[in-house]
Design a protein around this ligand. Structure first.
Ligand code: NAD
Length: 252
């Protein structure tokens, strides 16, 4: 624990897709633990500014950065900006993700590619840039936001489940490669979480899904953020290459 008493005090962190939903909860939680947080967004500046304003209102430090994680030059520039502002990077959370649901037989090539490009290629690209900075300081935490769909599969989500399962392989390989530099790399696999991705769900489907969750309810973004904050702290220093499900027991 640092002199300020906050577990992540002064650690520069970057959360992709932090303008809303789970990403916003992650950014707020890391800031509450003392991290300085780069709030990344690709399209909605307003959401990202709101996240940053909330962090600053609570006495934290935030930097809003626009970068589409599918754009290599923009990603490189984003990490350059964080390093120039805070002198390095301690924490990366690869949260950005999209869904393009369709039955396999009708899924278009673009729908397959888009989901892979954002969730998997984007996380690989950001991890690559983060590694360069973290290796220098011999300390780092990378958390990849996967999904329970990576473990169970999901109807109409061949693209999403494949991308999220790919993230688990990326997690394990990166963990092995970067362990010698004091960098841990883990994945968090949320189940059904209350965000824009799930609120539009028809009631019968929501009820059917809730019935399959042993804890009997959808989770909150804050409950995912809690686990990520723990993984980013010193207390999780001997945990790497793992996948932690935050799913109310859905996948057991
Ligand atoms: P969300 O749609 O609210 O958040 C996704 C974020 O990613 C948005 O802010 C979006 O703008 C951003 N994003 C999309 N494309 C991007 C790009 N190219 N570059 C940068 N940012 C981009 O959804 P959410 O529910 O908050 O999901 C956050 C993460 O959690 C996603 O990876 C999602 O797959 C995962 N997840 C969510 C649930 C759930 O039930 N909500 C369950 C399992 C996993």
């Amino acid at each position: 624990m640092s002199a300020s008493g906050l577990p992540l005090s002064g650690r520069p962190a970057l959360v992709t897709g932090a303008g809303r939903g789970i990403g916003r909860a992650l950014a707020l939680r890391l800031a509450r633990a003392g991290a300085r947080v780069a709030v990344n967004y690709s399209h909605s500046q307003e959401g990202a500014e709101e996240t940053a304003a909330e962090i600053r209102a609570a006495g934290g430090e935030a930097l809003v950065i626009c970068a589409d994680v599918t754009d290599p030059a923009a990603v490189e520039a984003m990490f350059g900006e964080v390093a120039a502002t805070w002198g390095g990077l301690g924490i990366l959370v690869n949260n950005a993700g999209v869904v393009e649901d369709q039955y396999l037989a009708f899924m278009k090539e673009e729908q397959w590619r888009r989901v892979l490009e954002v969730s998997l290629d984007g996380a690989w690209r950001c991890s690559k840039q983060a590694a360069k900075l973290m290796v220098r300081s011999k300390w780092g935490r990378i958390v990849n936001i996967s999904s329970v769909a990576a473990l169970t599969g999901d109807i109409m989500r061949t693209n999403y489940a494949a991308a999220k399962a790919g993230l688990l392989g990326l997690t394990r390989a990166t963990a092995r490669e970067l362990a010698r530099y004091g960098i841990t790399v883990n994945a968090v696999a949320p189940g059904m979480i209350e965000t824009a991705l799930t609120t539009d769900m028809p009631t019968p489907r929501r009820e059917a899904l809730t019935g399959r969750i042993p804890l009997g309810r959808f989770g909150k973004p804050e409950e995912v953020a809690e686990v990520v904050a723990w993984l980013c702290g010193e207390g999780a220093g001997y945990v790497t290459g793992q996948t932690l499900c935050v799913d109310g027991g859905l996948h057991t």
